[in-house]
Design a protein. Structure first.
Length: 387
């Protein structure tokens, strides 16, 4: 068994999930080096006031344009957790998303596979979106996906597709890059009569990731910065807007803290049996919008919800009105995904049992009050002045 890594590089550390991963690494007493754009370096450092010298933040403006800096940044690094990935939000094209994800991942892989690199583990943050068609046309199939499921897509022409399609496709193709790198390294090792490759490659495949931000993480300024939490906000649109039923169709959910834990556990996990690849599905279970609405309407939930709003110092009006009047009618529910996820390999290798995950009910009790409290202080984001 390889020794436990000491220094772990995290790309995308200023993101919703990356920040959680750094937090979990620090709690596990790893030393962390994180890349950040120049204007986010100080922000990232301030997110972990108790890091006690265990966190080193380095500037990297662009994973592609600045790829020549990788040898210096990777010096002394034992493991890489590659989280950085462009996300879909208004104004970003499919080409920008797809190109950045694939080229950024490939250039990092080229650097870690250099004979001078000290990296022995590479963990990629993927998505369970790699299992179905990027246009979501297959999510209504009653299919069970597991760690042996792969998409037929090898590449796309992003100019012919929507940004959301390009995002899912980029998850498919960028994950395949690490398996191609693994095959290449095994071939090189076999030609030198070595039994095992130098680097262990892993992909973490989370379902839709909810969960609020770390205590010292900068408060999002816009709804688009909520990441998947914006879909939860869709349950309670601003009071002056007509309530509509959320259109996001995926039922599989997981808390960002559990996804972060999976990344950290993967650094020391044993090899899967029978030579299987280290592909770990991380998902707590299923939550439909009807499930969420019915839970939020329960008297016990309402009591906890209002108590949390008071802790967040929300106005008495917000506390009194609560959340129920803003919820859509379940009779307007739309059909949601029918596929299932088999995370048995994650349980057997990483040790993450179903009972270890944060239940979606607790996630709602965490996130929904935060959304209402945020709303009170960000009216300008909800009602921007005409330009």
């Amino acid at each position: 068994m390889k020794p436990r890594p000491n220094l772990v590089l995290v790309t995308g550390g200023t993101g919703h999930l990356g920040a959680r991963i750094i937090d979990e690494l620090l709690k596990a007493n790893y030393s962390v080096r994180a890349t950040a754009r120049p204007h986010k370096v100080d922000t990232l450092r301030k997110t972990y006031p108790g890091a006690d010298g265990k966190l080193d933040v380095v500037e990297m403006a662009d994973l592609i344009a600045d790829a020549g800096d990788w040898p210096k940044i990777l010096k002394g690094v034992d493991a890489v957790i590659h989280v950085a990935c462009p996300v879909f939000h208004p104004g970003v094209t499919a080409t920008a998303i797809y190109t950045a994800a694939n080229e950024g991942t490939q250039k990092l892989l080229d650097a870690v596979m250099d004979p001078q690199s000290s990296v022995t583990r590479f963990v990629l943050t993927g998505s369970t979106g790699v299992f179905f068609n990027p246009d979501f046309s297959s999510i209504m199939d009653d299919t069970t996906y597991d760690h042996n499921t792969y998409s037929d897509i090898e590449s796309i022409d992003p100019e012919k597709h929507t940004p959301s399609y390009g995002y899912i496709a980029s998850k498919i193709t960028s994950e395949k890059l690490i398996w191609k790198a693994e095959q290449k390294m095994k071939a090189e090792q076999e030609s030198k009569a070595n039994e095992f490759p130098r680097i262990e490659f892993t992909s973490i495949l989370p379902s839709t990731v909810y969960g609020w931000f770390l205590k010292d993480y900068p408060v999002p300024k816009t709804i688009s910065e909520f990441n998947a939490n914006k879909f939860l906000y869709g349950l309670i649109p601003p009071s002056d807007q007509f309530p509509s039923f959320p259109t996001y169709p995926l039922r599989t959910v997981v808390h960002n803290q559990d996804v972060a834990k999976a990344h950290v556990l993967a650094l020391t996990a044993p090899a899967p049996p029978d030579g299987q690849r280290r592909r770990f599905i991380v998902s707590q279970g299923m939550m439909s919008w009807v499930d969420a609405i019915e839970f939020l309407q329960q008297p016990e939930t309402i009591t906890k919800f209002k108590a949390r709003l008071r802790e967040l110092k929300a106005s008495e009006r917000t506390v009194s009105n609560g959340i129920v009047p803003r919820l859509p009618d379940v009779k307007d529910a739309m059909q949601m995904s029918k596929f299932n996820l088999d995370s048995s390999l994650t349980e057997s290798v990483l040790g993450m049992k179903a009972s270890d995950y944060i239940p979606w009910q607790e996630t709602l009790l965490e996130v929904m009050p935060e959304l209402l409290a945020w709303e009170e202080t960000h009216q300008d984001a909800l009602h921007p002045e005409p330009s």
